[in-house]
Design a protein around this ligand. Structure first.
Ligand SMILES: Cc1ncc(COP(=O)(O)O)c(C=O)c1O
Length: 403
């Protein structure tokens, strides 16, 4: 196990915009389809209705309600918790930022099982915390947590970041694994007479499996669960997420909630989306129906898709050079994949979102065209220098997943 000295945060930049990708590849914005953001093809119909009606919880000339009471009540009901167990934020990302502020002081350690969502590293380093990366088990073990290594790393850590189902692998932990880790963290801390590390479990994709750790929060006061309206609820642009925990931990997170970071439109729409989950459930059903078609297409191409329970699939292309080549070819066609920079554990892979049937069809057709040439790409010899250049350009719109 290695860890870095505290220093400036890992650099990251935002994803390339549709306009940016279109300009770079000589396309129109209308030709761009985002397979890199794990978002949904369209928001729920209630959004259009509410925007057309133009009536929101309070007048838009005023600030949103300081306690977001209606949003918190709707979330508490949806997640089956008390209103004193929910803190809202501007997306899961703001919740992660609040959690880092609540649980980490400069120089303290935060355990990050890798590969995983890149923001855990970023928010840790922004706090002057020290990231302790713990490699996950390999693909044949479903990228599961290495429980003994996690236990060991958590011994002198203030915070443990978990993502379940995990981005970018698309896998979820085996039943009971996170509970077992929580138990050992609790037992080790009790034996050593100190507080256990806080454990933040990011469940951004939990609706796609229907499983959650929210139900065990009362047994683990150090557990904080993160949820979002961005993924299954298809409302990423509204920027709403939640921290859910037993009241004592939650109160620590709440101290770092900025005032008014969720706009009134977002608050009003997400309140209703939480109360009327039919569209969310239909979105989950769409992903379940479409995902096998993508898996089959990747296999037909001779690539190795990893099993996924989420709204995206990680595909192993066999080499970083081939992944880069395919990314370049997809981008030329307006299809934006998530790529991983050199040295990242998933550098041989692309991650592709499960989108609408017609969009997925476009991806499948593109793969069929690209696969024969991709098969000839080796790590040492790229047949087309122009493609090499494009592929390295293709590696640029991937900022959230540095090595
Ligand atoms: C695991 C994970 N957590 C959090 C986020 C960010 O979610 P939000 O849009 O709610 O900030 C993402 C987005 O891709 C994610 O994959």
């Amino acid at each position: 196990m290695t860890w870095a000295e505290p220093g400036p945060p890992a650099s990251y930049s935002w994803e390339a915009t549709d306009e940016g990708v279109a300009t770079r590849f000589g396309l129109t914005v209308g030709q761009i389809v985002r397979f890199d953001l794990n978002t949904s093809p369209a928001p729920p119909a209630l959004l259009g209705e509410m925007l057309a009606a133009g009536t929101f919880e309070t007048s838009l000339s005023e600030y949103p309600p300081g306690d977001y009471r209606r949003l918190v009540e709707a979330a508490a009901e949806r997640y089956g918790v008390g209103t004193d167990e929910v803190v809202p934020g501007a997306g899961a990302d703001e919740i992660l930022d609040m959690a880092a502020k609540a649980f980490l002081r400069a120089g303290e350690r935060a355990v990050v099982p890798v590969p995983t969502y890149a923001m855990y590293r970023v928010v840790t380093e922004q706090r002057g915390g020290v990231v302790v990366p713990v490699p996950r088990l390999g693909p044949d073990e479903g990228f599961a947590l290495d429980l003994p290594a996690m236990r060991e790393a958590a011994r002198d850590a203030a915070l443990v970041w978990l993502c379940n189902p995990n981005n970018p692998t698309g896998a979820e932990e085996p039943e009971g694994a996170i509970e077992a880790l929580l138990d050992t963290i609790k037992a080790d801390a009790a034996a050593e007479g100190r507080d256990p590390a806080a454990v933040v479990v990011d469940e951004a994709y939990a609706e796609f499996t229907g499983r959650s750790l929210i139900g065990i929060r009362s047994s683990y006061p150090n557990l904080v669960v993160v949820r979002t309206a961005s993924k299954a609820y298809a409302l990423a642009g509204l920027r709403v997420g939640f921290a859910i925990a037993a009241p004592a931990s939650l109160a620590r997170v709440a101290l770092y909630r900025p005032p008014g970071s969720i706009g009134t439109i977002s608050e009003t729409v997400v309140t209703r989306a939480l109360r009327e989950p039919a569209a969310m459930l239909a979105n989950v059903a769409r992903v379940a129906a479409e995902r096998p078609r993508l898996l089959a297409a990747f296999e037909t191409a001779g690539w190795r898709p990893y099993p996924s329970v989420a709204c995206f699939v990680l595909v192993d292309l066999g080499s970083a050079a081939r992944a880069s080549f395919v990314a370049g070819q997809l981008l030329r066609r307006g299809i934006v994949p998530r790529t991983f920079s050199a040295g990242h554990p998933a550098e041989r892979c692309l991650r592709l979102t499960v989108r609408a049937p017609q969009e997925n069809e476009r991806l499948i057709e593109a793969i069929a065209q690209i696969a024969p040439e991709a098969a000839r790409v080796t790590a040492h010899l790229d047949p087309d220098p122009a493609t090499t250049r494009l592929a390295s350009e293709a590696a640029q719109p991937v900022p959230k997943e540095p090595a």
